[in-house]
Design a protein around this ligand. Structure first.
Ligand SMILES: NC(=O)c1ccc[n+]([C@@H]2O[C@H](COP(=O)([O-])OP(=O)(O)OC[C@H]3O[C@@H](n4cnc5c(N)ncnc54)[C@H](OP(=O)(O)O)[C@@H]3O)[C@@H](O)[C@H]2O)c1
Length: 315
């Protein structure tokens, strides 16, 4: 739901609500959001009330809404945490958060450990079901585990081109039974037929913040010409499996160790890819597909060396 926060076109509230119900009916019942994604948490509250009124209270059991808490770095006290979590509960109209993913901008500010301790207390009190984190690196995750914090997931950028999680994060997660929730897996839509065989889009053509973010990643990874080679290989695999390039890109990451989910952005009320994304579980990549994709990636730059571990692009 980052796409409702601005920079992705005008989101009409009523059309967005109608779309959320359509996604729900198509089986897309898990939403990723954040306290800082504009009206995202309020949208969840309204969507829940609308579903309950039209389909009954039981229908709400199917929804999972994974929000984030993204505080400004500074001293974190128990009242600050209480107030922030109560605000999310109220906006989303839930009694308990399914998953609270914690983000922290500055490792030099040590209060993130206090924040996690207080969040754990709120979990024990029943306000949060599970605690996850987002954009934390392996070194800090180790500190959390050493402090006996129960972390179920880390939300990180992970795609065919951005494989930084494979270096340290995934082996660590496998050892500690932590799952990855992945974003950027279709690069804001760059991994799709729309960009196959096309020259590098100009800044004016990159009409969402998401496209601009992942174009920078493509540039760092190896540039547009290597990316075209990748798109053309993905297209061949997509045709063989009767799916789309975006399906292959998402399916490739979904099959990776420690990955619990791929988060695909949606511009509610503007465009929908429900039919295409519904295909993602209807095919399986074979070894030759994966080998063909990996053979292109070995020609790319090493993003772990260039950027660092998961989340280092934010710091
Ligand atoms: N934790 C973090 O720091 C963080 C950072 C970024 C994102 N996220 C989360 O991840 C979500 C996804 O965001 P993202 O930036 O990674 O975007 P993304 O999923 O890589 O890209 C979403 C865009 O891809 C296009 N698309 C979707 N399905 C498609 C399909 N089947 N075929 C062709 N194009 C398709 C759509 O573009 P059009 O609308 O133009 O058609 C859509 O707006 C966000 O909403 C947010 O919840 C989290």
């Amino acid at each position: 739901m980052w796409q409702v926060a601005g920079g992705h076109g005008y989101i009409d509230h009523e059309l967005a609500m109608t779309d959320m119900i359509r996604y729900h009916e198509a089986g897309f019942t898990t939403w990723d959001l954040a306290d800082i994604y504009g009206p995202a948490e309020d949208f969840i509250g309204q969507y829940r009330r609308r579903l309950s009124a039209t389909k009954g209270q039981e229908e709400l059991e199917r929804i999972r809404a994974f929000t984030k808490w993204v505080p400004q770095p500074g001293r974190i006290t128990r009242p600050i945490v209480n107030e922030s979590i109560d605000r999310s509960l109220h906006r989303m109209d839930v009694g308990m958060l399914d998953l609270l993913q914690f983000h922290w901008w500055d490792y030099n500010n040590p209060y993130y450990m206090d924040a996690l301790k207080y969040l754990s207390e709120l979990k024990d009190e029943g306000k949060i079901k599970h605690i996850g984190i987002t954009n934390f690196d392996t070194e800090r995750l180790q500190i959390m585990i050493d402090s006996d914090l129960k972390i179920v997931s880390n939300q990180v950028q992970y795609s065919i081109i951005d494989r930084r999680p494979e270096v340290k994060m995934i082996p660590f997660c496998l050892r500690h039974n932590i799952s990855l929730l992945c974003y950027g897996s279709i690069c804001g839509g760059l991994m799709s037929e729309r960009y196959l065989g096309r020259p590098q889009p100009s800044n004016a053509e990159l009409n969402t913040v998401s496209l601009r973010k992942y174009t920078r990643m493509v540039d760092a990874w190896g540039g547009w010409s290597l990316f075209q080679e990748l798109l053309s290989t993905l297209k061949g695999i997509a045709q063989k499996n009767d799916v789309t390039i975006a399906n292959v890109a998402a399916g490739y990451i979904l099959a990776k160790a420690a990955v619990a989910g791929v988060i695909i952005g949606v511009r509610l009320g503007i465009v929908d890819h429900i039919a295409s994304n519904s295909q993602v579980f209807n095919f399986k990549l074979d070894n030759s597909d994966r080998d063909a994709i990996d053979a292109i990636c070995v020609k790319s730059n090493n993003l772990f060396e260039m950027i660092g571990d998961c989340g280092d692009e934010y710091r």
